[in-house]
Design a protein around this ligand. Sequence first.
Ligand SMILES: Nc1ncnc2c1ncn2[C@@H]1O[C@H](COP(=O)(O)OP(=O)(O)OP(=O)(O)O)[C@@H](O)[C@H]1O
Ligand SMILES: [Mg+2]
Length: 222
Amino acid sequence: MAELKLEEVYYQYQKTGQQVLKGVSCSFESGQLCAVVGPSGSGKTTLLSLMAGLDRPTVGDVEVDGERLRDMDLDDYRRERISMIFQSFQLFPLLTVAENVCYPMELNGVKKKEALPRAIELLELMGITKEKHKRFPSQLSGGEQQRVAIARALSSGAQILLADEPTGNLDEQNTGHIFRILQNLAHEQRYCVVIVTHDLQVAEMADRVFRMRDGVLVEEVA
Ligand SMILES: Nc1ncnc2c1ncn2[C@@H]1O[C@H](COP(=O)(O)OP(=O)(O)OP(=O)(O)O)[C@@H](O)[C@H]1O
Ligand SMILES: [Mg+2]
């Protein structure tokens, strides 16, 4: 079981003084795929970054399974408890595709000999064929890089999966394929999955939909 809870979270970017989040309260649970929608610039990525422990709220708390992130070591949290798929992929440019996917496993102490077959399995699940595993990310298309980023996020086995526009660069067929994989993780393996998306068809298939508006997050009633 995994649950992420936000309590009256405010966030202001220090450099610009812009107040982006203005009292976000909500919770995301195991077994559900939740979608977050909202206009560009409304704070969706900012919200995911706080849930991923990349930064701390200016005011308010993020809790994982009842424990406040402010009381935890964020490096441990990021390595062990959550996986994030970034909007801009953030693949390591000097590592090959397979090495990128092995990386989170190796950070968690998995030996290369065990990490590599798992990486190959995940890449193939994402439709990245073997001849591409030894390439560098720059030698792939945008959609292929996105699918490698998803494989890398799944490799750690963390039960909370945060994905920023995971299907943003994919065609319809791949969007459906990736969505079903994420849905399956939520429904069959009890992952807590939160995806940010601009694709309303994707949002409609989610179990719950939240809309970011004027710095707060409101759940849409179906
Ligand atoms: N590092 C930063 N420093 C200062 N301001 C930032 C920073 N990152 C984002 N912002 C600002 O914060 C606001 C929210 O940005 P955020 O990236 O969270 O939006 P978003 O909802 O993810 O948008 P998009 O749909 O375009 O990805 C925007 O107005 C943006 O300009
Ligand atoms: Mg964003």
